[in-house]
Every structure is written in C-alpha cells, then in structure tokens.
Design a protein around this ligand. Structure first.
Ligand code: DGT
Ligand code: MG
Ligand code: MG
Ligand code: MG
Length: 268
C-alpha cells in the first residue's frame, strides 16, 4: 500500500515495551470510591457485595486476557500479575494496562446487578491503572505482601473505628482522636475488652483480601460414546480443566507459595 504523506506521525508514538524477564503488575484503583461508596450505600467498614463484584470483575479480566498468573485485591483495588515471560501485545505497557482497566470497568458495570440487586448504579464508575515491573520473585512477593499488609492495617483500623462509632456512639472525630497514636496491639485490645471481639476471628476476606490463581481440576462429564461393536453408550469422561480459584489466605509467609509452586517461574 502506498504511504501517505501523513504517515510520519506514527513516529511520534513512543516505545513503552516492558523490560524482559520482569513480572508486569497492573494495579487498578477505584476513582474517588470514598464518594462512590457513600452514594451507593456501601456497608461500613466492609461491603461484601462490593468486594464480591470486585472479585467477579477481576475473574473476568483473568479469563478474558492472556498470561495473568495471579491477582490480588482488597478495598477498591486489584493487582494483576502477568507471567514474566509473557509476550502478550509485545509487552507494551499501555496496551496491557488499558485492556485490564477497560475489561475490569465494563465487567464491574455488567455484573453490578448480580451483587447489588436493590441498589441501582447511579453513575459510571472509573478505575485508574498503573504498571510496575518486578525483576525477581522476591520483589514480586514483597509487592503482594505490601498490598496485603495494607489491607490488614486498614481493616484493623476500620473495624475498631466503626465499632466505636456504631456501637459506642462516638462521633467520627471522637473515634479518630481515640485511635490517634494507637498500635495494632492497642486496637486488638480495644476490640476485645470493649466489644468482646477477637480480631483473629474476623472474616478472612476482610483481613486478608482476595487472591485469584489458576488451578487444574478434574471434571467428569457423561458423553455418548460409540463402542467398537457399533453400540452407543453413555460413558463418564474425565478432563483436567483450568479454572480461576479464589483464596483469602496469607501471602506473606512461605506456605501459600510452597502449596502453589506453579505460580512463579524460577529466578534465573
Ligand atoms: P482515589 O483512589 O484517589 O480516586 O480516591 P478514593 O476515594 O478511591 O480513595 P482510596 O482508593 O484511597 O480509598 C478507597 C475508598 O473506598 C475508601 O474511602 C473507602 C472506600 N471503600 C472501599 N471499600 C469499601 C467498603 O467495602 N465499604 C465502604 N463503606 N467503603 C469502601
Ligand atoms: Mg488512590
Ligand atoms: Mg480509590
Ligand atoms: Mg484504593
């Protein structure tokens, strides 16, 4: 095809290829979800409908896009980790990030009604995205540990905060003052002595967030099969199928990674 004289404008496009051998992490975060949560009457501190919808949308991202090996979400954010050897879209950061963000956003709206039956969606939500590269398994694990530690710190704070407001009748300012300068141990103590709550018994999804990984499961279906003698018979056929499974477990220690050695590629 003959080139037009306008063709040169293509050269203004910049190269955003992600460095080879690195895990590519795309993290999405809900835009102004402080307001979004208020307007859509999210339960405080954790709304299980909202968390379920985030996880459903993340599952759609993993199923529809290529090469995502693990995803981790909490609050209004989700991180997606592409395999370090992925060549999807020639590793172009903008392509990967925008596909993740648009697939996630459209799924969030598409599945809204499944989670928020009686609460209409009042306006179109948005998500920002960023790309970060991690060159080693240690760095990637520390990244996920960082997000999970964030989940823990916020959830512990929010759990005590809303107990003080909802159960004790403190104003939000009074609850803030009460918690100023307190350490994790102090917050656990307040929960236990004032509300009879052992934080360890709080639900795992709120304490640990949600981790999505691919797992192989054997699936048996009945199939009509032709026998050598020409007869037809219903026979069970077992196939190994890959599907996305959700966990609410600790990612910081060794156990999860020892139990799922296929998620990360060897460092070398
Ligand atoms: P941004 O991300 O800079 O556009 O601003 P925000 O407002 O999204 O701030 P961010 O992402 O730091 O914090 C997440 C907000 O979402 C936070 O204000 C609390 C709210 N949120 C997330 N999950 C829940 C929930 O389950 N229940 C309630 N009530 N609020 C939630
Ligand atoms: Mg933010
Ligand atoms: Mg946000
Ligand atoms: Mg956030």
């Amino acid at each position: 095809m003959a080139k037009s004289k306008f063709e040169y404008v293509r050269n203004f496009e910049t190269d955003d290829t992600c460095l080879r051998n690195c895990y590519i992490v795309v993290r999405l975060d809900g835009r102004n979800f402080h307001k979004f949560a208020e307007q859509h009457k999210f339960a405080k501190p954790n709304d299980d409908r909202a968390l379920g919808l985030m996880t459903r949308s993340a599952r759609s991202v993993m199923e529809e896009l290529e090469d995502i090996v693990v995803a981790y979400g909490q609050s209004d954010e989700f991180s997606f980790v592409f395999n370090r050897s992925s060549t999807w879209f020639k590793r172009r950061a903008s392509k990967l990030m925008t596909h993740v963000a648009s697939q996630f956003s459209s799924s969030y709206v598409f599945y809204w009604k499944e989670f928020f039956e009686n609460q209409p969606l009042l306006y179109p939500p948005g998500f920002d995205g960023r790309v970060v590269l991690y060159p080693s398994n240690r760095n990637l694990r520390d990244y996920l540990s960082w997000r999970q530690a964030d989940c823990h710190i916020n959830n512990l704070y929010n759990t005590v905060f809303w107990m003080l407001v909802q159960r004790k009748g403190l104003s939000t300012t009074q609850a803030e003052d009460r918690l100023k300068g307190t350490l994790a141990g102090d917050k656990n103590e307040i929960l236990f002595t004032e509300f009879g709550i052992n934080y360890n018994n709080e639900s795992a999804v709120h304490k640990k967030g949600t981790t999505l990984i691919w797992e192989k499961r054997d699936e048996t279906v009945i199939k009509r099969t032709k026998l050598p003698n020409g007869e037809e018979k219903d026979m069970p056929v077992t196939r190994s199928r890959r599907r996305v499974e959700a966990y609410h477990c600790d990612l910081i220690g060794e156990q999860f990674w020892e139990e799922h050695p296929d998620i990360l590629e060897d460092d070398n």
